[in-house]
Design a protein around this ligand. Structure first.
Ligand code: IPE
Ligand code: IPE
Ligand code: MG
Length: 243
């Protein structure tokens, strides 16, 4: 019987948690006959704009896919450009994040990045840890399948060590092992640039998220595009399996 199933969550017209697959930097640059790095640079400007817009629009959490665990397949020079931009972003934005009461979080295996970046990230997280405003989550070296596998591994170890029964493993236990466990549920997942796939982003969390694919290339994304996306979201009817 389905009696254990919880009642459907409240359907709000405004999402609490929005995730964005920021795609299309390379195509933005190509259309202007610029190097791909120029597209990534403009992509960072879009991150700045959209982070502020998300705060103004009252989102609780904005999660941005900045570097996937599969992006290591790119040429070394491009990876190095991306890491350089991340360094620049952290250095330039930390004061604004602190002043804007934004709490920075990172998901993904960011400890595999270079030591100086890991230190900068840890410092930025620490400096915004006491902030009580919106949460900015940056996904770095993130892959959803690896995240789920890590959760399974930890639970398997707990069973092996006698800390829990195998039968106790359910959706809630798995969820509690994910990097997003203490964030509000994902309401809306946006992907820019016209591609219609999730590319290993938040696969578990997207189970009942609304998906929105927009043609805008990431460097062109701004507060107005985000507001349009929230408008579309407000007209969606979420049913969570109910009626
Ligand atoms: C997104 O833009 C940025 C990252 C994946 C880091 P792309 O670099 O994927 O741009 P396209 O898809 O080649 O246009
Ligand atoms: C997804 O974009 C990853 C990020 C936006 C960080 P990609 O451009 O890497 O995705 P694919 O390769 O087209 O699926
Ligand atoms: Mg891409």
């Amino acid at each position: 019987m389905a009696t254990q199933i919880e009642p459907r969550p409240d359907t709000a017209t405004r999402p609490r948690h929005v995730a964005i697959i920021m795609d299309g930097n390379g195509r933005w640059a190509k259309a202007r006959r610029l190097p791909r790095a120029a597209g990534h640079k403009q992509g960072v400007e879009a991150v700045r704009r959209v982070t502020r817009a998300a705060r103004d629009l009252g989102l609780e959490v904005l999660t941005l896919y900045a570097f996937s665990s599969e992006n290591w397949r790119r040429p070394e020079a491009e990876i190095s450009d991306l890491m350089g931009l991340l360094r620049h972003f952290l250095r330039a934005e930390i004061a604004t994040l602190v002043a804007d009461n934004v709490k920075l979080r990172v998901i993904g295996d960011y400890r595999a990045l270079s030591a100086d970046l890991v230190a900068m990230i840890d410092d930025a997280i620490a400096r915004t840890a006491a902030n009580t405003g919106p949460i900015l989550v940056i996904a770095l070296n993130y892959g959803a399948q690896a995240e789920i596998a890590a959760a399974a591994r930890r639970l398997a170890c707990a069973v092996r060590d006698g800390a829990m029964e195998a039968d106790a493993i359910d959706e809630t236990r798995i969820e509690s092992e994910l990097s997003t466990h203490d964030l509000p549920p994902l309401d809306l997942m946006i992907r820019t640039s016209g591609e219609q796939r999730l590319s290993n982003f938040l696969l578990w969390q997207a189970a009942y998220a609304e998906l929105l694919f927009v043609d805008t290339l990431w460097p062109d994304f701004d507060g107005a595009t985000l507001a349009d996306a929230l408008e579309v979201f407000s007209r969606r009817q979420r049913r969570f399996g109910g009626l």
